[in-house]
Design a protein around this ligand. Sequence first.
Ligand SMILES: Nc1ncnc2c1ncn2[C@@H]1O[C@H](COP(=O)(O)OP(=O)(O)OP(=O)(O)O)[C@@H](O)[C@H]1O
Ligand SMILES: [Mg+2]
Length: 275
Amino acid sequence: MNAVMEKKVSLGIIESMAPAPAPSLKKVYETKHLNLWYGDHHALKDINLDIYEKEVTAIIGPSGCGKSTYIKTLNRMIEMVPIVKTSGEILYRERNILDKAYAVEELRTKVGMVFQKPNPFPKSIYENVVYGPKIHGVKDKKILMEIVEKSLRQAALWEEVKDRLHENAYGLSGGQQQRLCIARCLAVEPDVVLMDEPTSALDPISTLKVEELVQELKKDYSIIIVTHNMQQAARISDKTAFFLNGEVVEYNDANIIFSNPSDTRTEDYITGRFG
Ligand SMILES: Nc1ncnc2c1ncn2[C@@H]1O[C@H](COP(=O)(O)OP(=O)(O)OP(=O)(O)O)[C@@H](O)[C@H]1O
Ligand SMILES: [Mg+2]
């Protein structure tokens, strides 16, 4: 057995788990010749990557290779860093979001983000979830309560918190706080959910819950997840992109990346030989 096959077995990947060929999936994002510089540092180099609707796309690669930078360009959070310059295009639903004429507020209502560290607001569970909808002008208490229940159910948190909605979110465990942040993100009914290492601060049980949740959510949302956990990427993603030094080395169906990668650098990374 070669190293990839061994890894494949240890990751529990069997052919029957491979995603069935997708029937003409729509593209959510098309990244075309994207370059990004932090001052003189060329952090993303000629990225060409299409992201498909209602799939889980995992971004993997060693620390510092540009994973967070890339997903932060997808909701233009990156422009909060003043020294950043970009070239190329990112089409979201066929419109170039890097065009300054594209209203960033409009983009952010469509593209939600969940961070590595759970970051609930220092408010009640209820207030965390209704925060976005209230900003969007929803005032009706009955509708807000419906949104709270729906979002918390989608985030697999409802049963655990339904009797303590008005308690402070800081009283929740880390795993619960992360699911609350996911609920807060879903409450505005985004199209895409970006997740930057959402389980790296969680214990194995909470991690599993979030992974199951991601699988559920892809029925309704397109999900892009950065992870350092190879098992996780193999388990939950439909497509996987391997980044190295700001470049996409390989991008393919996850079962191909994890069983039969075409680049030796991908093979070295997923088999733990570097990174
Ligand atoms: N605000 C910033 N200013 C300057 N350089 C930055 C900034 N943010 C990131 N970089 C640099 O850009 C490169 C890519 O960083 P990025 O955070 O995207 O990596 P990453 O793949 O997410 O790493 P990790 O796995 O450690 O989170 C690194 O060399 C980093 O030092
Ligand atoms: Mg990162």
